[in-house]
Design a protein around this ligand. Structure first.
Ligand code: GTP
Length: 593
């Protein structure tokens, strides 16, 4: 039965194409905010870190009400490391708003999210955003979306997609990009008209599959999912079926629905709605919460496995003149063990010698988000170089995580991009080009992706757009040709160093270690002082048939250039540690024991 007064819409886009801004505007225009309420610009990215990084990390739900219809809006993360969440939240929706920048057109993340949305059979509404940008080419963007959909195997119905033009930042949406409309109404009307109402059985047995887990220190674990059928009541007796088939009975304590920006406790929730269930202590992603008398089975959903791990240890910095203090070590462990409860997508265990805690996540960004939160909470710790999580299959073969990488690059730099990818262990699977841009697809071991973005940017004068995500575990492919895994890019003298300096200033990327000591392999003209910025110039390794050269000077820069934890993790060497304190992030040599 169609729930005509309900819509479930996912918002999908490439990073920075304006998802969060658009959702803010929809909230504003349906009066979720009281007129005089002070609201910061981007309400969806509630957490400080997200605001600073400008990327949406955790998917969030909110709802608006328009013309007596409740519209659940499911925001999705925009970064490759969070790809698993995109897939899961798409399962809760009946349609998707695909936001595409009118100037940039579809990008690698657009391709990735769109392919999943199409495969889930979702109705797609294309929102061409940023039509206010100079040089915006809305029609060109639509043509490219159409071509992409054909390439991705969209059905005829999906190819007949409605289009709305928007300038989220200016708060308007239009049926035609120059029709002069100045509010969001055309987009709201299009959602009601084009996104199908959920078609569910309100009288069937209760069934919900947990798609995301939230955690509150007061309520404990919160399972979020779409109510597939039936009515879920507070205090309902249910059966919880794990993806492996094991079952247990449990009692739901409370039921919440998403109302405006928050959750509202309700005595009962109805089929088709997206709800939060409280009281099932060990609820996990993929669990089906159902009627014990008449259990419903649902197809299992995928949870991405951790592919990278780091070891956290209490800080033992000689620079601040302190040997790791015991209290610090205990608190660090307790904090990480608490994270284990809330964050099921990470694997967290004490190391065998109990000196540290090993944390495995789905890539460097995933790990650095946790570290950054802890840093802000006041923790001090150090971590070693992230390690790939290997597996052994039944036949005893060593397997490693393999990713799919796409590179969009101007034709002139395609050769350079292919060379960088090859040196990182990438194997080209596809190459397609138009008048200006070459689109390359590779299969690459996760090991090879460490620091890859900066290497490819340097080789292509900042033009390449790299995107990579986990694909599968495959046979270990041995040592990489020509370079140490994930080691820092080698820079030779003269021009190359000068060029690196340009990109540093432009991008503030990590070739610089604040106040670093100078050590072997890092050649400096003058020795650096504490607080100076030193470009870490490495001896060029002998790269097979390539010329080897030696850098002869380092460059000291002021003012300081900062780098993020994510960058530090990408560039750290095996014999180094990233030392994290609330005041600073620094790389230093491991002490010889
Ligand atoms: P993630 O959360 O990282 O996935 O990004 P997002 O897709 O949510 O993008 P966000 O809303 O953060 O917007 C990215 C940038 O584009 C911000 O600087 C916005 O101010 C800007 N922006 C958003 N919409 C528009 C628009 O309509 N026109 C212009 N000119 N800029 C816009």
């Amino acid at each position: 039965m169609k729930q005509e007064n309900l819509r479930n819409v996912a918002i999908i886009a490439h990073v920075d194409h304006g998802k969060t801004t658009l959702v803010d505007r929809l909230l504003w225009s349906t009066h979720v905010f009281r007129a005089n309420q002070q609201v910061e610009e981007r309400v969806m990215d509630s957490n400080d870190q997200e605001r600073e990084r400008g990327i949406t990390i955790l998917s969030k739900n909110c709802s608006i009400t328009y013309k007596d219809t409740k519209i659940n809006i499911i925001d999705t993360p925009g970064h490759a490391d969070f790809g698993g969440e995109v897939e899961r939240v798409l399962n809760m929706a009946d349609g998707a708003l695909l936001i595409v920048d009118a100037y940039e057109g579809p990008k690698p993340q657009t391709r990735f999210v769109l392919s999943h949305a199409l495969a889930c059979g979702l109705r797609i509404v294309v929102v061409v955003n940023k039509i206010d940008r100079p040089n915006a080419d809305p029609e060109g963007a639509i043509d490219k979306v159409f071509d992409l959909m054909v390439e991705l195997g969209a059905s005829d119905e999906q190819l007949d997609f409605p289009v709305v033009y928007a300038s989220a930042v200016n708060g308007y949406a239009r049926y035609d990009y120059n029709d002069g409309n100045m509010d969001m109404i055309p987009l709201l009307d299009t959602i009601l008209k084009e996104i199908p109402a959920p078609d569910v059985d309100p009288d069937g047995p209760v069934a919900l599959q947990v798609c995301t887990i939230d955690h509150s220190s007061y309520e404990g674990r919160i399972g979020v999912g779409r109510l597939h059928s039936g009515t879920m009541h507070e205090k309902e007796q249910v059966l919880v079926v794990r993806p492996d088939g094991t079952q247990r009975s449990a009692q739901v304590r409370k039921v919440y629905t998403f109302e405006n920006l928050g959750k509202a406790e309700v005595p009962e929730a109805h089929a088709g709605d997206i709800i939060a269930v409280i009281g099932i202590e060990d609820a996990d992603i993929g669990d089906v919460i159902t009627d014990p008398e008449n259990p419903v089975s649902m197809p299992p959903i995928a949870v991405e496995e951790p592919t990278m791990s780091v070891v956290f240890e209490a800080s033992t910095s000689p620079i601040v003149g302190r040997e790791g203090d015991i209290v610090g070590a205990r608190q660090l462990k307790e904090r990480l063990m608490r994270e284990k409860e809330a964050n099921i997508s990470m694997r967290i265990n004490e190391t065998e010698d109990k000196s540290g805690v090993e944390v495995a996540g789905r890539g460097v960004l995933h790990l650095s988000v946790l570290m950054e939160s802890m840093r802000r909470e006041g923790f001090e710790f150090q971590v070693g170089r992230p390690q790939v999580v290997y597996k052994i299959d039944e036949a005893g073969n060593k397997l490693e995580p393999i990713e799919e990488a796409t590179v969009d690059v101007p034709n002139d730099y395609a050769g350079k991009a292919i060379e960088v990818m090859g040196n990182a262990g990438g194997i080209m699977e596809d190459m397609a080009s138009d008048d200006s841009v070459t689109h390359l697809t590779f299969k690459i071991p996760s090991r090879g992706t460490m620091g890859l973005k900066t290497r490819i940017l340097n080789a292509t004068h900042g033009e390449a757009v790299l995107f990579h995500r986990f694909r599968e575990y495959g046979p270990y492919s041995g040592e990489m040709p020509g370079r140490k895994n994930g080691s820092m890019i080698a820079m030779s003298t003269g021009k190359a160093v000068a060029y690196a300096l340009d990109t540093l200033q432009e991008r503030g990327r990590l070739f610089v270690k604040p106040g670093d000591e100078c050590y072997e392999g890092m050649i400096v003209g003058e020795s650096a002082k504490e607080g100076d910025m030193v470009v870490n110039v490495e001896k060029t390794k002998n790269l097979g048939n390539q010329r080897s050269s030696t850098a002869d000077k380092a460059i000291q820069l002021t003012p300081p250039i900062t780098f993020t934890l994510e960058e530090a993790l990408e560039y750290i060497e095996d014999d180094e540690l990233v030392e994290v304190t609330p005041q600073s992030i620094r790389l230093r040599k491991r002490l010889l024991s």
